[in-house]
Every structure is written in structure tokens, then in C-alpha cells.
Design a protein around this ligand. Structure first.
Ligand code: GAR
Length: 210
């Protein structure tokens, strides 16, 4: 059974969506570990409530980004994962870390990448007067929020939206598309070659599957 390690920093709702998809039998995979860099994150309790092995590796206990990433890598690798899933893991990763999980690490980002890399994506989309916004699952490469897209979901922006209402609409889609991408990967259908994502050998366009 393919082994997944999920990294979280916050509420863990995407971790829950993936755990639920596995539990429901829609894909065969095992969550070998949930690792969180913030001891107070609400997602830790959600993991424990679901009997997922959850642990904390607090980045504040490390003097440099390199030291933290080395420790994190060691902890992840104890679980020999086939796939590393970043699910609201709010850390910039060192190049060594990213290279180590080349082709086997996915991230979810709350925008229609390549638009709105970085933080405060919902507010920035509103400020720009976008009438569409969304979310992207992509392979992680050294370029921050820049690896090849796998799947995107688009949502409308309505008059009267604020960042919170838009985020809520986007998150509903996150919980649908992340389990789909993980399922493709654990079934061996989703791969990365060069800087291109492929599904069953077919090139996924730069916009991701929509
Ligand atoms: C999600 O909305 C995800 O898109 C975002 O963090 C949230 C985590 O929610 N990720 C990023 O902003 C990555 N830069 P969750 O902890 O409830 O899954």
C-alpha cells in the first residue's frame, strides 16, 4: 500500500479530506505520518481524532532553516513515504529538501497558479477585481509555488465577497481536488518528468486539469 506523509501547519482540513477519502475506500493508501511545525495547530487534534500518527517538529527550536529542514527530512524518511503531501504547510523549503522529494511531493495553493503566488491570495484577487479565482494542486519544485500544475478548480468571485467568503468557497474545492490528485499519484497515474506533470503519460497543460 502506498505510504503518504502529510505536513501541516494549521487547521488541517485538507489532511482530513485526504484521510476521509482513504477511509471511504476511494483510494488505497496509508497515511504513515502527519507532521506539524506548530504545536498549537488545530490540525493535530483532528489527526489524533482519526487515529493518524501525528507529531510536532517545531521550527522555532532550530536555529536555521537548513537545520529544521534536515531534521524534518530525517523524520519524514523514517516513514519511507511514496508521497509527501503539503497541506497548508506554511514554510519555505530549502532547495535540498525540495530536491530530495523531487517528483514525489505535492502542494495545494489557494489561487489559480501562476497567478497569486505567495500569501494573501484571496485579498489580492479581490483587490484586482478578478471575477474568477480558485485553487491549484501542483508538484513542488525549487520555484516557490511554481512547480507544474496538476489540477485546478475555478470559483466565481461575487460582488460583496470578502477574503473570508472567497476563501470558504475555494476551500470547498480544495477538499475535492486534493484527494483526486493524491489518488492519481498513489495509483501510479500521476508523474512528473522534467518540469511537466503527466496523467497516464499524457502531458497536463500548464493551467492544470480543470
Ligand atoms: C489551505 O487553504 C491551502 O490552500 C493554504 O493553506 C490552507 C490550509 O488549510 N495553503 C497555502 O496558503 C500554501 N501557501 P488546512 O490546514 O485547513 O488544510
Amino acid at each position: 500500500v502506498p505510504r503518504i506523509v502529510i505536513l501541516i501547519s494549521g487547521s488541517g482540513s485538507n489532511m482530513v479530506a485526504i484521510a476521509d477519502a482513504i477511509k471511504s475506500g476511494s483510494m488505497e493508501a496509508e497515511i504513515a505520518a502527519v507532521i506539524c511545525n506548530r504545536p498549537e495547530a488545530a490540525g493535530l487534534q483532528k489527526a489524533r481524532d482519526r487515529d493518524l500518527p501525528a507529531s510536532v517538529l517545531d521550527h522555532k527550536e532550530f536555529s536555521s532553516r537548513e537545520d529544521f529542514d534536515r531534521a524534518l527530512m530525517a523524520e519524514i524518511d523514517e516513514h519511507a513515504p511514496d508521497l509527501v503531501v503539503l497541506a497548508g504547510f506554511m514554510r519555505i523549503l530549502t532547495p535540498d529538501f525540495v530536491a530530495h522529494y523531487h517528483g514525489r511531493m505535492l502542494n495545494i495553493h489557494p489561487s489559480l497558479l501562476p497567478k497569486y503566488q505567495g500569501l494573501h491570495t484571496h485579498q489580492r484577487a479581490l483587490d484586482d477585481g478578478e471575477n474568477e479565482h480558485g485553487v491549484t494542486v501542483h508538484f513542488v519544485t525549487e520555484e516557490l509555488d511554481g512547480g507544474p500544475n496538476v489540477i485546478q478548480a475555478v470559483v466565481p468571485v461575487y460582488d460583496g465577497d470578502d477574503a473570508a467568503s472567497l476563501q470558504a468557497r475555494v476551500q470547498i474545492q480544495e477538499h475535492i481536488i486534493y484527494p483526486i490528485a493524491v489518488k492519481w499519484f498513489v495509483e501510479g497515474r500521476l508523474t512528473m518528468a522534467g518540469n511537466t506533470a503527466r496523467l497516464d503519460g499524457n502531458v497536463i497543460p500548464a493551467t492544470g486539469l480543470q
